[in-house]
Design a protein around this ligand. Structure first.
Ligand SMILES: Cc1cc2nc3c(=O)[nH]c(=O)nc-3n(C[C@H](O)[C@H](O)[C@H](O)COP(=O)(O)OP(=O)(O)OC[C@H]3O[C@@H](n4cnc5c(N)ncnc54)[C@H](O)[C@@H]3O)c2cc1C
Length: 540
């Protein structure tokens, strides 16, 4: 029986303390925190895990230096501390990274003022990272010759953190942790509506990828973690809240690597906002935009593409300017920003929008999570646990550690074994990090089984798709543990492959066919055709 089939059976049969709607970062981290502390949890996601906003981020784990400008010092301090906790807990999945910021002459603040701001930021972060550094034009030219310095008066360098892998994979790892701790969780299961009665909540759901027939799930408490759709789901359950969401659309474009250095290039775009070029495997991710929209369903427009390309071309001195033909992949999503009451005007937009809020209705045993950030995830997990306990749900292992990577001795043992089988000798040309470090970062202690597979069959250490930085042995693990239902789940959300490889190349790659056979068995052809239909609807 597949992992997902077993989970569907549990959702139908078991009764739960808590049912969570939405498998983005907020739902996933809540499930991991609660299950990891002994609560009986169920988690539903109507698409793939992290298929919403949580796979469209900038991959930054950051203190939000830009919120210093709006003097939101409390938020910056909290986010800096969250960043530090995550850096501590995930020493390989989250990395400190230097941001090289270039300032144009005549910028709205003098360079000295900005420089003081980076020190304040560093202090807000308890001096946890490397200190900032003032850069002259010559320093920038030496460090990053691709930066255009024509009207620049220099800049500065400071530290923050980022996810070198996939943001969606980071989210899925919380789902995986919840499953390991006994939660029931399934993707492609939609919550249609839910009702609260004397015996708790009954949620009507349907298997979107199966026959679609509705079935009921029972729980004492309901958590609405539907992100941009939280307000809509609250309407379905007649839940009234004082908070609500407004939406800001953000787009990133992924292009060939702009700089060989592992650092973020930061600029101020023509609209005055911070704008980044961020390393993403063998590529660079550029963005983002920030456009207020009324609805969460968004797509990338030519105006978005031109805004990003114009800005990056103005800031860089490349051999030739980047054009739409250089785009390898795109990401697009809405930030669910929380406002209080009927707010949403300019004041709310700037002052309140980047916080999160957990609103509880104790009579209905109902929680809604509004807003939030990947960076804030551990706090949200803890806050949700406290709120659930306050509702009278037993948390039998309160305080048990529910997050973080396996400890350093295990990592060292893994790296030692990887060296013993000469894993690095089979490294593909152009790899941006050693294979052993990459496998540990992706799978932690589960990566030991990959070394066993390579020992049995050296072909398992071969790269599956040229340039994708993915070994054949990873497939069997994905098929067993990663609840991959559709090909795009694997290409786009368990790995970075769809973001770093052109869709055309993927369609033609023998490695993708091989992946379909391992991941889907008899269903391989159907799943591949489904992917082609989705990516190339007009047949081209
Ligand atoms: C462009 C951009 C850049 C960003 N950059 C960063 C960054 O660098 N760092 C950072 O910390 N944060 C960043 N963020 C913010 C962060 O990504 C989001 O705040 C966060 O991902 C929101 O998570 P969520 O779980 O609330 O929502 P989502 O990820 O959207 O998850 C909600 C889920 O609920 C599901 N759902 C909805 N209705 C139902 C239903 N009826 N039944 C079942 N499931 C349902 C949806 O399918 C969805 O998957 C960025 C956001 C954007 C848009």
């Amino acid at each position: 029986m597949s992992l997902r089939t077993a989970q569907l059976a549990r959702l139908r049969e078991d009764a739960f303390d808590v049912l969570i709607i939405g498998g983005g970062i907020n739902g996933a981290v809540s499930a991991a925190a609660l299950a990891g502390q002994g609560v009986r949890v169920a988690l539903l996601e109507r698409g793939d895990f992290a298929g919403g906003t949580s796979s469209q981020s900038s991959n930054l784990v950051w203190g939000g230096i830009k919120y210093l400008e709006s003097r939101d010092f409390g938020l910056v301090r909290r986010l800096c501390r969250s960043r530090n906790r995550l850096l501590d807990a995930y020493p390989t999945r989250i990395e400190e990274i230097r941001f090289l910021a270039t300032l144009r002459r005549g910028f709205r603040y003098p360079r000295g003022f900005m420089w003081a701001g980076t020190w304040l930021y560093w202090l807000f972060g308890n001096a946890y990272t490397r200190p900032p550094r003032l850069l002259s034009r010559a320093d920038i030219a030496a460090a990053e010759p691709c930066v255009a310095l024509d009207d620049s008066g220099g800049g500065f360098e400071y530290s923050d953190a980022f996810l070198p892998g996939s943001d969606a994979r980071f989210v899925f790892d919380f789902v995986r942790a919840a499953l390991d701790a006994g939660a029931a969780a399934a993707n492609y299961v939609e919550a249609l509506h839910a009702e609260h009665g004397a015996d708790g909540w009954v949620c009507r759901a349907r298997d979107v990828d199966g026959d679609g027939a509705p079935f009921d799930i029972r729980a004492r408490v309901l958590i609405n973690a539907a992100g941009p759709y939280a307000d809509a789901f609250n309407t379905q359950t007649s839940t009234r809240t004082t908070h609500r969401h407004v939406f800001s659309k953000g787009v990133h474009l992924i292009v060939d690597r702009i700089t060989a250095q592992r650092r973020v290039l930061a600029f101020f775009a023509s609209d005055g906002r911070l704008f980044f070029a961020i390393p993403m495997g063998s590529r660079t991710c550029i963005g983002t935009t920030d456009t207020r929209v009324e609805r969460p369903e968004v797509t990338v427009t030519d105006a978005d593409r031109d805004f990003i390309l114009d800005n990056i071309n103005r800031q860089l001195r490349l051999e030739r300017p980047l054009t739409r033909a250089d785009i390898v992949a795109e990401r697009c999503g809405v930030r669910p920003l929380v406002v209080d009451g009927q707010g949403g005007d300019e004041r709310d937009w700037l002052a309140l929008s980047r916080e999160h809020a957990v609103e509880v209705d104790p009579r209905a045993a109902h929680l809604t999570i509004f807003g939030g950030k990947l960076t804030d995830c551990l706090n949200i997990g803890e806050e949700v646990t406290a709120r659930i306990a306050a509702l009278g749900v037993a948390v039998p292992q309160r305080g048990a550690r529910w997050y973080g990577e396996a400890d350093t001795p295990q990592r060292e043992a893994f790296m030692h074994q990887a060296q013993a089988i000469k894993l690095e000798a089979s490294a593909a040309p152009g790899a941006t990090e050693p294979a052993g470090a990459r496998l540990w970062r992706r799978y932690g202690a589960r990566a030991f089984s990959l070394l066993d597979a390579i020992r049995d069959d050296p072909a398992q250490a071969e790269e599956l798709i040229p340039g994708a930085q993915y070994l054949r042995c990873e497939l069997a693990l994905a098929a067993r543990d990663d609840m991959v239902v559709r090909l795009d789940d694997w290409l786009r959300r368990r790995t970075l492959i769809a973001l770093t490889t052109h869709a055309d190349e993927l369609r033609a790659a023998p490695g993708v066919q091989e992946a379909c056979r391992v991941l889907f068995g008899d269903e391989a052809e159907r799943r591949f055709a489904e992917f082609v239909q989705e990516k190339f609807p007009s047949g081209h």
